[in-house]
Design a protein around this ligand. Structure first.
Ligand code: PMV
Length: 346
């Protein structure tokens, strides 16, 4: 049977993608760290088609058939069929699992669509071996983007930039590009994800993105994102931790300020999100350590810090921050090596 299995990590944006246009194209460039321990493993196998349905497939998540996910997959296949014409010629058996608990409040769409796109592109390569490595990742990133915008960045490590910008040659709105010209301090940067809330989000990312169209601050935001990208790239190249911390936190808070200034307005942070931020800022002042926070579209806090400070920061997490986490739960992650092709689904 023709099949492919990939492990794809999640990513955390430092310059945020918030607001889109056209076919899931970003309103501003974004930049992210690709993680390591938070990943999705997916296997796709091709079987002979039995029905006249346009897309025939079955989806299994952590061993169980999950019919409720299938409409989302159908609409994904509809969007990417032009890239992979074989998907309506076979019956697809899709098996998937996450390294993190399903109800942890961690967004899994980036790793999930990244892994799906990698498997599909690998299968295409088996059917028609004409694509080179560079084209493979461009196509994978394009397909992942059509599933979930931020997913297009997960296929590259240690960092990725998505969105056309004059600062980065070859950058594109259609797919992400690898960003690797960074100071060694950032190569294995730590990210501890503090689970401040494990409920489903009250407002989905797609609704949040669309509300930016009528947000009175959107133009200012897109300018700020471009400016912040320039400064952050400077910090990443030089290893300037003060500038890195400043831009990263400003981006996270601006993202949530945009939510609060949308119409209708909404807040995704929870009391424990703010408790954690305040504790981190107090501890940073006292300890002079380089820990900084970022947030995605949710209540959980990503605590970023250099590897050489990890012993002291982890002590602080265990002693002071874990009490603000649901069931004291947090995940120690770090900037990793990107997706991995596997021989078997384990
Ligand atoms: O990919 P989406 O549509 O789930 O949007 C992700 C948006 C943020 O996580 C808030 C920012 C980002 O760039 O990842």
């Amino acid at each position: 049977m023709i099949q492919s299995t990939w492990k794809c990590p999640s990513n955390i944006a430092l310059i945020k993608y918030w607001g889109k246009q056209g076919k899931q194209l970003p309103a501003n460039p974004s930049l992210s760290f690709t993680l390591s321990n938070c990943f999705t493993k997916t296997q796709i196998g091709l079987l002979p088609k039995k029905s006249n349905d346009l897309y025939e497939f079955s989806f299994f998540f952590e061993g169980n058939r999950k019919k409720e996910f299938e409409p989302k997959l159908s609409s994904f296949f509809e969007k990417i069929n032009y890239l992979f014409p074989f998907i309506n010629e076979y019956s697809l058996e899709i098996k998937s699992e996450n390294s993190f608990p399903h109800s942890s409040g961690i967004a899994s769409s980036a790793s999930a669509f990244g892994a799906l796109a990698l498997c599909l592109c690998s299968i295409e390569k088996q059917l028609d071996n004409t694509i080179n490595d560079n084209e493979f990742f461009i196509k994978t990133s394009t397909a992942a983007r059509l599933g979930s915008g931020s997913a297009c960045r997960s296929v590259y490590a240690p960092m990725a930039i998505w969105g056309k910008t004059k600062i980065i040659e070859n950058s594109s709105d259609e797919y992400a590009v690898k960003f690797e010209n960074i100071h060694p301090i950032f190569q294995n940067y730590c990210d501890t994800i503090l689970i401040a809330d494990d409920n489903a989000k009250e407002v989905s990312s797609s609704v949040g993105h669309s509300l930016l169209n009528s947000n009175p601050f959107s133009k200012i935001r897109f300018n700020e994102a471009n400016k912040n990208l320039k400064f952050l790239i400077q910090a990443l190249k030089k290893g300037d931790l003060e500038l890195f911390n400043n831009i990263t936190e400003s981006e996270a808070l601006m993202l949530h300020a945009l939510m609060m200034t949308s119409n209708p307005y909404f807040i995704l942070m929870k009391p424990n999100t703010l408790n954690i931020i305040n504790e981190v800022w107090n501890f940073r002042k006292l300890s002079k350590l380089n820990l900084t926070i970022t947030l995605d579209a949710g209540a959980n806090v990503h605590l970023l810090f250099p590897d050489f400070e990890k012993t002291k920061v982890r002590e602080f997490i265990n002693n002071e921050l874990s009490k603000y986490c649901i069931k004291n739960y947090f995940i120690n992650d770090f900037v990793g090596n990107g997706p991995e092709k596997l021989n078997n689904f384990i």
